[in-house]
Design a protein around this ligand. Sequence first.
Ligand code: BG6
Length: 321
Amino acid sequence: MDRSKKPSAIGVGANIPQPTVSIEQGRVEASLPSGQSVTVLLYGATVTSWKLANGEEQLFLSQKAHLDGSKPVRGGIPVVFPVFGPPPKDHATSALPQHGFARNSTWEFLGKSSSESLGKDKEKADDAVKLDFGLSHSMLSEEFKKAWPYEFGLVYSVTLSKDSLTTTLQVQNKDAKAFEFQVLLHSYLNIKDISAIRIKNLQSKAYIDKTQNASEHVESSSAVEITGETDRVYKGLDPKIPIEVVSTQGDKALFSITREALNDVVVWNPWIEKAKGMSDFGPDDAYKNMICVEAGSVAAFQTLDAGDTWEGGQTIRASSQ
Ligand code: BG6
């Protein structure tokens, strides 16, 4: 056989340190040679930790969070699907719990993508690692199967890069009929002090204020300050324009969140009384150390026709605080 045209030896990986991925006791951990790491529980495919190279944790995780699969995780990035909040009456989701079943079902780990295939530049092949998780109808509890009897497939991809984390959800309708869904990546961002951050790029956007009987308002501030219980659904945003969480000291962007096909953003902080009332939230004053900025498609239900696939996601860029 003429091997004169054989491809040159790939060689990549021989000398370049590669990301490491381990799976143990229902959790997948990945780290880059440059030190960044991510932890994902199979329960809910919940990202529970994302650290920068210096070890700084970027996601808030309540000290009282249940990590044993007995309750959705209070912190990290729970995946909300197929309904956001309490399900509406007389809707196909009405028998489901608040925020649906994705965050309280056990997913399977589908594998990691080789860093070679992710790195455009082979010399930088160690720059990213992608972890894929799957959930389908047959994996649900009997209760959830009954409450939402559609054949579906979810593929959730978590990509760790040097200064960002990308989480993408693909929804496949494998049923013979259409279904409706909402989706939200309920990201709890870790901050040092709620009084020292502002949220930018929401000005002039319409929002529903869930703390005021779901009344509709228009954001007047160019830098939203959180001074009390906050639960807002900002609607119809341009996903390419990042939502920024900035520090009041120097206006530095601590987090910058761009989205794909997720046009709504929920901003949530339970504040003092609600935090105290949540049995899995702790310590009581930890509300000062978190802000949820949740990329989603929640202002309305989307319809996914039989056989169709939808995909959306977010990239959170973080800088050291
Ligand atoms: C937010 C909702 O996304 O999640 C809030 O807008 C809700 O209304 C919060 O309180 C937390 O929900 P849960 O079910 O995790 O307590």
